[in-house]
Design a protein around this ligand. Structure first.
Ligand SMILES: Cc1cc2nc3c(=O)[nH]c(=O)nc-3n(C[C@H](O)[C@H](O)[C@H](O)COP(=O)(O)OP(=O)(O)OC[C@H]3O[C@@H](n4cnc5c(N)ncnc54)[C@H](O)[C@@H]3O)c2cc1C
Length: 403
């Protein structure tokens, strides 16, 4: 905890300097918005290179055309207009913690009073040869656009034995494979490849079962115990690891590979080097302060809470909950007050399982099918950033509604 407590007043929060937030994803943007709602909040600067926030859990619905781009990817300038948060479109490359200065790709050097690092993660190809070059990701608007073009091409060509492979049967791989199963309309086989023994190893049994059924209904072929050992322009090299396969190998011709297996982390370079875990995440305490630093906080996927009993999932749900606590802790920290400790409240799981289909578990409730699809949409509507954006989206949905 910080030194002698002082009351929070506009004067001493200003003296403590500004709050700079690096990364405008779930953790960073929602921290900025929550902090801007606090009375006497300090000046807030959000640094984010993209011009649109991306509500990643609804990316599958953008791919399928069930939702529109402006709904799940609002521009930062309209989201933040009049909110008391300044936005700098730039990327932070380097942070000098001794001088409290950060340096951006655009050539700016900026000071900070309190710093939040919330840069999220990126695809992790685990060093598999060719994966970074010949596979596509699924975490950006460009990824969606590229995949839509590929789908259109596959449907136009309709050559025999066209095939799409999704690598990794975690939530993103399963949800994407289900959507693709509907969207290919018989023009290609969709294969979901997983090196472990099962899909969705960390999910609720109900969701796992619903997902298995959804994949079967769409003729998505799930291959477990199968590791991708190389990705080439038009084929995958696989090692089959089930006891029956006895370590044999296979070459799988493919028209496209979607890589959803694993997250890697490349935060801005910090000097001196901070404590990191094996994946590159920054180690922080339960109050979300970077270990060894009173004025730097970490949140979202990039935060590794060292004292947590179980590792927290890399999820929007965790990032969202951290943002609320972090906003309060920034104010406490500037005022010299004791900080609050983060405790994750697991609210359940929701998964998109194809066009108009989903499943969810929450507070003892389990639901699947079109009703779950609608409930999931409504649940996310309440989580969209900023009330005015949520209201615009809700108005659009009401206008489209056909009883
Ligand atoms: C397709 C998909 C579906 C998902 N579905 C769900 C779901 O249903 N439920 C759920 O709970 N979670 C889901 N997740 C996970 C969830 O989206 C992440 O856990 C969440 O986005 C993490 O938030 P974050 O703020 O840490 O990172 P992000 O949301 O990734 O944001 C990080 C931001 O930092 C910016 N940035 C990166 N480097 C720099 C830098 N050097 N300088 C400045 N800015 C930088 C990036 O541009 C980005 O905007 C999904 C993820 C994906 C990819």
């Amino acid at each position: 905890m910080e030194g002698d407590p002082q009351p929070a007043t506009p004067a001493n929060t200003r003296q403590g300097g500004s709050v700079v937030i690096v990364g405008g994803g779930f953790a960073g943007l929602y921290t900025a918005l929550a902090l801007a709602q606090q009375r006497h909040h300090p000046p807030i600067l959000l640094i984010e290179p993209q011009n649109r926030f991306l509500f990643l859990p609804l990316l599958y619905e953008l791919l399928s055309g069930e939702l529109r781009r402006w709904e799940i990817a609002p521009c930062y300038d309209s989201l933040l207009a009049g909110k008391g948060v300044a936005w700098l479109q730039d990327r932070v490359d380097r942070i000098d913690t001794a001088t409290h200065q950060l340096h951006t790709r655009g050539g700016r050097s900026l000071g900070y009073g309190r710093l939040v690092i919330a840069c999220g993660g990126e695809a992790n190809h685990f060093g598999v040869p060719g994966a970074a070059i010949h596979s596509a990701g699924f975490r950006s608007l460009d990824d969606v656009e590229r995949l839509q073009h590929l789908l259109a091409e596959l449907k136009r060509e309709r050559r025999p034995l066209q095939r799409l492979a999704v690598v990794g049967a975690g939530p993103t791989g399963v949800e994407l494979a289900c959507k693709l199963g509907d969207l290919v309309e018989g023009a290609a086989v969709v294969e979901l490849i997983e090196q472990g023994p099962t899909l969705l190893p960390h999910s609720h049994a109900f969701c796992r079962e619903q997902a298995s059924q959804a994949l079967r209904r769409r003729d998505v072929r799930l291959r477990t115990h199968t590791a991708v050992t190389a990705v080439e322009a038009d084929r995958l090299r696989l090692a089959l690891r089930s006891p029956e396969a006895g370590g044999s190998e296979e070459v799988l011709p493919v028209n496209g590979v979607l890589w959803t297996a694993g997250l890697g982390f490349r935060p801005p370079a910090l000097h001196p080097a901070p404590p990191q875990d094996g994946l590159g995440r920054l180690r922080c305490g339960p109050d979300l302060r970077l270990e060894g630093h009173d004025d730097i906080f970490v949140a979202g996927d990039l935060a590794h809470l060292s004292e947590a009993e179980d590792p927290l999932p890399s999820s929007a749900q965790v990032a969202f909950q951290q943002a609320t606590l972090l906003a309060a802790n920034l104010v406490h920290s500037l005022a010299g007050e004791p900080l609050e400790l983060f405790q994750w409240n697991d609210l359940g799981e929701m998964m998109s399982l194809g066009v108009g289909d989903a499943c969810l578990t929450a507070s003892g409730l389990t639901l699947a099918g079109p009703a779950a699809f609608q409930l999931r949409r409504i649940a996310y509507l309440t989580r969209l950033p900023g009330l005015s954006h949520s209201l615009r989206v809700a108005a659009g949905w009401l206008a489209d509604w056909r009883p």
